[in-house]
Every structure is written in C-alpha cells, then in structure tokens.
Design a protein around this ligand. Structure first.
Ligand code: BG6
Length: 469
C-alpha cells in the first residue's frame, strides 16, 4: 500500500473565491472585489454587481453545512485562506477586526469538531485594496511590515488551532499576474523586471519572516511555501530547446530555491546581470532568508508546458504561466492541457532538488457540469470526467511515493464549486459538491453531491486502494 497511513487527504479553497460577504462584519475591500473578470479584464473603480466573488458561494454563512459535507467524504485536512482584509480591513490599520478573527475561530473549531486539520494560506490573491491603491502592493517595501503585523496576530490567535501554514499562494505568479498575486496596481506592461523582482524579494523576505515568527509563537507549527508548479519539457530534443527549458525551469524553481536554500542562486544572479535587473536588498534581509527556511514545499499542479528557443512557438499552453503546447496531450474545456504523469515528474524533480516533504495543495479539473435528477428525488452531476482526471493524477502520486518521494497530502482544488481565479466564473466548476449559482447571478445556492463526492469518499476510506490503475 503506497499511501502512508497518516496521508492528509482533503480539499482546498480560498477565502476570496468562496466566502462572499465581501463587506460584512468589518471586512475591508480587497483586490478581488474590483476584479470582476479575474485576470481576463481590467479592474473596476468600485465593486460591481457582476463580480461573482462578492457573494461567492456564501461560504461565510454556510460553512457549517459545507464542512459537514467535507467530513462526510472523510477529509483529514481542509485548506482555506484567511482573508487579510477581514483581519486588517485596510491592511495598515492599528488594530485588527475582532469579528474577522472570530469568524476563523469558528471555522477552525467546526473543522476540528470532525477531526479535520485546517491548512491555512496566509495570503491567497486577496491583498487589501487599500494596500494596493496606497502603496502599489508588494512593489513597496512597507508591505513587509503590514504583513508581519498581520501574521503575528493570526499566529497568536490560532496557535494550537492551525498546524499547517502556507505563507503566499503561488508566490511565483506575481511575475505574471501582478495585481491578483501581488496587489500591484501598475499594469504588467508598465512594470520593469526590476519592479517585479523587487516585489518578489519583498514577498520572499515576508515569507521568511512569517516562518520565523510562526516557529517562535508555535514551535509545533509546520510552515511551508506554495508555488505554482509548471513542469516544463523541451519541445524538441534540439539542445537549444533543452537549454531554454533548463532556464525556464530555473526561473520557476527560483522561488523554491529561495525558500529551501535561503539564498539567491548563481543562475539568478546571472539572469539579473544580463537583463539589467537591479533590486534593493539589505544584509539583514539576506541573513533572515538564510536563517528561516521552510518545513515543507507545497504546490499547485494543473498543467505542464513545453519550452523552445523559437519564441514564435511559445504561445497557447499553460495557465498563469504560458508556454508551447504539447502535441501529445489533450486539454480541458478551458484549454489547460491534461498531463497526469507531469505530477509524478514534478514530485520527483522537487524532491530531488530540495529534499523536503511535499504537499500537493491544488489539483483538479475545471469543467462545465450539468445538474440532473438522481432518480431518487434529488439532483446530482454525473462527473465521470472529473473522477477520471483525479484518479489518473492520484495514480501518479502513488507512483511518486513508490519512487521514494515523501508526500504529506493531497488537497483537490475547489472541493466545493467556487468562483474561478483566472476568469472569475462559476461555470468553471471543480467541486465534489455542486453549488447552484450561475454567472448571471441566479441560483438558490443549494448544495448537491456529485458522483465524484462518493468516489472521493471511497478513495479516502480505502487510503487510495480503490484507485484504478
Ligand atoms: C490556482 C489558484 O492558480 O489555480 C487558485 O491558486 C485557482 O486560486 C486555481 O482557482 C484554478 O484556477 P482557475 O482560474 O480555474 O480558478
């Protein structure tokens, strides 16, 4: 039996994609409240009614019902994020908002009631809007201090209640989606590489600081980084393509290298030199990075891409990070290429590089679902496509474990339908639980168990034994 007994099976969401209640109980606005088209359209001046995230799936009011359903599937772990602007509505406030803190007390208590361990992302694409507008987000060094204050408050408050923490969701995506990922208002086209890598540096320092503070406040806490994994294959065996691939992988692995090894790698110094990138660092920051490395590495995995030295061919694949299409792979309805073996590959690669326990904290299929009668007076979705996708990926996780990779757990993305990050739609569904809400704003918000709900319950119950090889 490949999956260890203590394997953490579960599911993942993020506050901004499910909670709704965007202005309740003292919550301040965050950048998602003005991004009605995700990364596919311009931000608005104010929150607008067509923004699906303002209501989300109303998890803020319905979390008890939802956690109960997660428990019914047998979840051992539930990944969610804390909405920063529920705790510090403007990001730079003097005092935290008690009602926001209370909400997460209640949510974590509800998880513990069923023996579900919360896995908490400290910052998941939801920078307080004020920090974006007033400081231009993570480009500004001051963000480190605001983040530090926020993490002190939450580590103290949830000490003993949360064991697993992630400092930033997909930290590497700030290079590609600066507003969503880094609260940076300046459009990508107007940002220099120095600006972007300065923002990365600030987030990396903040991440090391969170690791330090978290360990001081709660020595039992396990603190990890979170990267968007993008296994990159050479488009052809042409050595030019192989080197281009090596470089693309390096640029992406840079974030894990910093979190695990705690220093700027040689390939990055060269990249900075050759691209005229200059960033400001201090000896104290560099010492902090070196001294406070992570306990584990977590990552999302959806797609792989190909790289080639011929830049005219590098379009069309990927999600937030783009690349060339792989002619051997099929794709989802949203054009994301499906590559289960890429998961085994990336698990091996990451472990060989970092020798740290790995946690797959996002993986799943965004698809259009049809709610149908279940023949017993209820409703369901016959999502065999989702079952096949998850089954095939989990088989590869098992292979990686057989290869000797220590995998802590697996949380499927969007274990309950939620609003998509890149396109801000509800039509792109990932869940085991269908939520009756639609992009035109209609729907009862009722929850329905999909076929995959029962499938995942079986997989967890059998600790992976029921996977089809
Ligand atoms: C990751 C994010 O990029 O992918 C999630 O961490 C996101 O927030 C997930 O939802 C799936 O992407 P999308 O665009 O289909 O929601």
């Amino acid at each position: 039996m490949a999956f260890p007994k203590e394997f953490l099976w579960g599911g993942a969401v993020a506050a901004n994609q499910c909670e709704g209640a965007y202005n309740e109980d003292g919550k301040g606005l965050d950048i998602q409240d003005i991004m009605p088209r995700g990364i596919k359209g311009a931000p608005t001046a104010e929150p607008t009614e067509d923004n699906m995230k303002l209501v989300g799936i109303d998890f803020y009011h319905r979390y008890k019902e939802d956690v109960k359903l997660f428990a019914e599937m047998g979840f051992k772990v539930f990944r969610t994020s804390i909405a920063w602007s529920r705790i510090f509505p403007n990001g730079d406030d003097a005092e935290p908002n008690e009602k926001g803190l209370q909400f997460y007390d209640d949510l974590f208590a509800e998880c513990h009631k069923y023996g579900i361990e919360p896995l908490v992302t400290i910052s998941h694409y939801e920078t307080p809007l004020n920090l974006a507008k007033k400081y231009n987000g993570w480009v500004n060094h001051d963000l480190i201090g605001f983040y530090e204050k926020y993490v002190r408050v939450i580590f103290n408050r949830y000490k003993g209640k949360v064991k697993y923490w992630l400092t930033f969701n997909e930290i590497n995506s700030v290079l590609h989606a600066p507003l969503m990922s880094g609260g940076i208002m300046t459009p990508l086209t107007e940002l220099s590489k120095s600006d972007l890598y300065q923002a990365c540096h600030h987030e990396l320092v903040a991440s090391a600081l969170a690791t330090k503070i978290g360990h001081e406040i709660d020595p039992e806490a396990k603190i990890g980084c979170m990267v968007l994994s993008m296994p990159t294959y050479p488009l052809t065996p042409n050595p030019d393509d192989v080197i281009a691939t090596m470089q693309a992988n390096n640029l992406n692995d840079f974030f894990g290298d910093m979190h695990v090894r705690g220093e700027y790698p040689g390939y990055m110094k060269r990249y900075f030199r050759e691209n005229g990138i200059e960033i400001k660092t201090t000896p104290e920051e560099l010492a902090l990075l070196k001294a406070h490395t992570v306990d584990f590495v977590s990552f999302s995995y959806y797609v792989s891409i190909c790289e080639t030295a011929d830049k005219s061919k590098t379009q069309g694949a990927g999600n937030i990070i783009g690349g060339a299409k792989n002619p051997y792979l099929k794709e989802s309805e949203w054009g994301w290429q499906i590559d289960p073996q890429g998961l085994r590959y990336v698990l091996n690669r990451f472990y060989n590089r970092w020798q740290k326990p790995l946690f797959i904290v996002e993986n799943g299929l965004g698809a259009k679902d049809e709610l149908v009668d279940d023949g017993q007076g209820g409703k369901t979705v016959n999502d065999d496509y989702r079952i096949a996708y998850l089954n095939d990926h989990l088989v590869q996780v098992e292979e990686a474990i057989e290869d000797g990779v220590p995998v802590m757990g697996y949380t499927t993305w969007g274990c309950i339908d939620l609003v998509s990050a890149s396109t801000a739609e509800l039509a792109k569904r990932y869940g085991f639980i269908y939520v009756d809400r639609h992009d035109d704003g209609t729907g009862t918000l009722n929850r329905y168990k999909k076929k995959s709900f029962y499938w995942y319950k079986d997989i967890i119950e059998s600790n992976g034994e029921k996977l089809k090889k």
